[in-house]
Design a protein around this ligand. Sequence first.
Ligand code: NAP
Length: 258
Amino acid sequence: MKAIVCTKYGPPDVLELKEVEKPTPKEDEALVRVHAASLNAADFEMLRGTWSARFGGLLKPRHTILGSDIAGRIEAVGRNVKQFHPGDGIWGDLSECGFGAFAEYVCVPENAVRLKPTSMTFEEAAAVPSAGVVALQNLRGVGSSSLSFLLSDKGHIQSGQKVLIHGAGGGVGTFAVQIAKAFGAEVTGVDSTRKLDMLRSIGADHVIDYTQEDFTKSGQRYDLILDVVASQSIFDYKRALNPKGIYVMVGGSLADWE
Ligand SMILES: NC(=O)c1ccc[n+]([C@@H]2O[C@H](COP(=O)([O-])OP(=O)(O)OC[C@H]3O[C@@H](n4cnc5c(N)ncnc54)[C@H](OP(=O)(O)O)[C@@H]3O)[C@@H](O)[C@H]2O)c1
């Protein structure tokens, strides 16, 4: 099968389209023919070997075929796999089970994927798993990756709250804007100039161009800030929060966070 293989950190010139052996599923795995895979900022961080990516491989990538978010069809199943059959359309996030989405086939444990809704195309489904789940979990306050302050025991987001998404135009942010609107929040999206119209089109009530304005200095206060860029000091974010407001950091680099 063909796969995009990465044996050293980069870029440039570290991705090779190669012929590799087609995997065979173990007893508790399914073999998936990959129809679509999405690219997230996290994939690029793994390619570059940022400090968090190097926990898994100090000098070279631990996983030579990257890619976490897939949609595809089950081609074969191991004898212990109960919930899937050849031909089933599935989607899922492989970041907890060895990655491997950037290939024609990948073997996955049964619990890493779910049946894909038939109303979604493979391309639509592959765009959802990690970015959508991270946005949903962290707005609801049930995520494991969030660093949050003054947590409410009802979860974070409540109808009528003023919610600001910092980095709203990217993978996580575009899901977060739409999910926050669905929860009934008044949503402000912060991103660069070229993304502001798109943010309005997906429901943002207010938009701020970070290249022109620092939202932490506007005097506006928010009940919840979901931050996917972590570009400012924690004291700046605190200034933009209401007294019982919540700050949730889901991305960016700790190195940038003072
Ligand atoms: N996607 C996932 O599944 C996932 C899961 C867990 C954690 N994360 C983490 O979350 C972070 C973001 O992921 P992502 O996939 O959403 O990335 P992304 O698609 O690159 O989105 C980041 C967005 O932030 C904007 N931005 C950059 N600097 C900004 C600033 N100073 N103020 C406001 N907006 C700014 C970018 O716009 P420009 O084009 O102007 O730069 C871009 O639209 C990463 O650190 C990633 O590791 C992502």
